[in-house]
Design a protein. Structure first.
Length: 665
């Protein structure tokens, strides 16, 4: 797959991860020139049309989420038998890797991470999306400490730690909720439970429930109570200990109702580790009668779901049964004696239960006669001493359950259990909360936080949102906070208004592109940068020294108006000395042959007065630069001997002739 280009823009560069059903690649988006992450559904699942449809639809829904703590989905597509999702590429580690490297995390970091995760879940839940598989492996931690929740709603193939069933069960065994284990109705509180498990692991370095198989882990989620984190790590605040235990309550109704409620409490603890928080599920002292979990039936149902059964050796199970039967025989326990023992035990149990019921009914009637019902009197806003007198006068006892900061007068009663007007019995204890008085609130740092999250944080700190102005910013993203008043960490009173200035993004400024053609590269680069333009340089070699370092191309014509920060591509020459040509091969050739070869090499011959047929015997140089001149020495071709000339006839002497006489013939 490496090198494949999807959608004519996403080039797969390297494999960076693999899950049960998908492989994740790092890719380059050629259109936007950035790195993305591309998740590709494995080919063995391509034939499952329902799964492919779910893969695409859920990714499309998640793409509509907008939160800094959720990995962005950019694109969804298909190419042949390849189904893929294009996501934000996050450079960093998974939270699981961080926990493995660091072990227990400091509780202040746990609070920071918990706030970011709950913020992401709040965004998803408000858009009717339930993650269903919150675990450290699905949470990415950037190098700047920003958490990104990923894999929203994408089904996973079963492995040793993951349970997936399209009919009823979806989630990872160590992190899923009791209702997921039972295959029951799932809502947003399922994610809250999983987040509670993640917080537990960050605080303690381990998960609360572990076993050799997913089935055993599932049963522990349903039946066993977790060891409180504070028993493992004593130095964490009691408020954080209670928050985690509240989040991982077995019954959804006892947990936080929303991720936002949980986020607000995390912020309160971050602000004041000694915060006193009241949960709806705090034990009121009354005994609850609950239906027991039928472990045998539950395990049988879980065993039916092959997606959560590890590949156990069935023969080994049979051997255990045979060993068990053999042990019973050796002990002398026959089927008949076993039946008698069971009937006897049932009879004894029935008699015992009858006696116990009679005792409890009799005791209850006596208690009812003895203790009269009374109404809890008005004690709010009274001092501790005043409230104690009022309660004692009504034959009730008082116990201080804690102190909380409030706008009520310090030392006065601000809450009670049972509350005013409720019915109690004579001698009952009324637990009260006493006001610790008002306290200054430290203003949170909202810089670079998106506006909606900033408003939520202001409200969670019991402050109010003041004026909201906007301004351009080259450094702060659009819709994020640039400035705030009062400043971060300033101590203010409850209800103080926090004024915000929000970024409109960088101001658009049009710049005229300067002409850098034929300019020296350094001068050209300085001219472009001084015009607030970015430069992308490339080179081309030349053997012409006069062109060295000169710009010969710019991508946007001079004088064109572009936005400040736009990139201008330029090309310039780099001089490279040409290689010398070997002309030694000309020795031995005739002047005529050498002239033809020299022309093809691009050199000149200085042949002096030698003829075309003369052979070259020597050169003044054996190598020369293109266009250079080579002086040759040649041996003259031997001349043919000349034919002898015919001798001329001798001239006969002429006798003198006297005047008037004719010459003799």
């Amino acid at each position: 797959m490496i090198g494949t280009i999807l959608g004519d823009r996403y080039e797969l560069l390297e494999k960076i991860g693999e899950g049960g059903m998908a492989i994740v690649y790092k890719a380059r988006c050629h259109k936007l020139n950035r790195f993305d992450a591309v998740k590709i559904l494995k080919k063995e699942f391509v034939s499952d049309s329902d799964l492919v449809d779910k893969f695409k639809k859920e990714a499309t829904a998640i793409a509509n989420l907008s939160d800094n703590n959720i990995v962005n989905i950019f694109d969804v597509g298909s190419q042949g038998d390849i189904n893929y999702i294009v996501m934000e590429y996050v450079k960093g580690k998974t939270l699981k890797e961080v926990i493995k490297e660091d072990g227990r995390l400091p509780y202040d970091k746990v609070l920071d991470y918990g706030i970011q995760i709950s913020k992401a879940l709040d965004c998803a839940h408000r858009n009717n999306i339930i993650h269903r598989d919150i675990k450290p492996q699905n949470i990415l931690v950037t190098e700047e400490g920003v958490l990104k929740v990923t894999d929203f709603g994408i089904a996973k193939s079963p492995d040793s730690a993951t349970i997936t069933n399209s009919k009823k069960i979806l989630g990872s065994a160590h992190y899923f909720s009791p209702e997921q284990a039972k295959g029951a109705y799932i809502d947003a509180r399922t994610d809250i439970y999983s987040l509670g498990i993640v917080l537990y692991e960050m605080v303690t370095g381990r998960v609360p429930f572990d076993a050799e198989s997913p089935v055993s882990v599932a049963l522990k989620h349903i039946q066993e109570a977790p060891i409180p984190p504070k028993q493992i790590v004593q130095n964490i605040p009691e408020s954080l200990n209670k928050l985690i235990l509240n989040a991982i309550e077995k019954e959804p109704a006892k947990r936080y109702k929303t991720a936002k409620d949980m986020m607000n409490d995390l912020i309160k603890i971050q602000k004041n580790p000694d915060s006193q928080m009241q949960y709806a599920n705090i034990d009121n002292g009354f005994t609850r009668i609950m239906d027991p979990v039928n472990q045998a039936l539950l395990q049988e149902e879980l065993e039916k779901d092959k997606t959560i059964i590890e590949d156990n050796d069935e023969d080994e199970d049979e051997d255990e049964e045979y060993k068990d039967e053999d042990h019973k025989k050796k002990a002398g326990i026959t089927k008949k004696s076993k039946k008698i023992i069971i009937i006897s035990l049932m009879a004894v149990l029935a008699i015992s239960l009858g006696l116990l019921s009679a005792y409890l009914i009799d005791r209850s009637s006596l208690t009812t006669k003895k203790n009269k019902e009374v109404t809890v009197p008005q004690i709010l806003n009274l001092t501790k001493e005043e409230a104690k007198k009022v309660l004692e006068s009504n034959k009730l006892k008082m116990e201080v359950a804690g102190t909380e900061k409030s706008d009520k007068k310090e030392g006065t009663i601000i809450d009670s259990n049972p509350k005013e007007g409720q019915t109690a019995k004579e001698g009952d204890v009324v637990k009260v909360i006493i006001s610790g008085g008002t306290s200054a609130i430290k203003v949170p740092d909202l810089k670079d936080v998106d506006l909606k999250s900033a408003k939520d944080m202001i409200e969670s700190y019991e402050l109010e949102v003041g004026s909201i102005d906007s301004d351009f910013s080259d450094t702060v993203s659009k819709d994020n906070v640039i400035k705030q008043d009062p400043a971060p960490d300033k101590q203010v009173e409850k209800g103080t208004k926090i004024n915000l200035v929000v970024s409109k993004g960088p101001k658009v400024v049009l710049i005229g592109v300067p002409n850098v053609m034929s300019a020296n590269i350094n001068d050209a680069e300085n001219a472009l940068k001084s015009s607030k333009l970015a430069v992308n340089k490339s080179t081309e070699e030349t053997t012409d020294k006069g062109k060295d370092q000169k710009v010969f191309y710019q991508s946007i014509e001079a004088g064109t108006k572009v936005e400040a920060g736009s990139t201008i591509n330029i090309k310039y020459y780099v001089y490279k000395e040409p290689e010398k040509l070997n002309v030694g091969e000309l020795v031995g050739k005739t002047i005529s042959e050498a002239q033809g070869r020299a022309n093809s090499l691009g050199v000149k011959l200085n042949i002096g007065g030698f003829a075309a047929e003369d052979k070259i015997t020597a050169l003044d140089v054996t190598s020369v630069l293109p266009g250079g001149t080579v002086t040759v020495t040649a041996a003259e071709k031997p001349k043919k001997p000349e034919k002898p000339e015919k001798p001329e006839k001798p001239v006969e002497p002429v006798e003198p002739v006297e005047p008037g006489e004719k010459p003799k013939p």
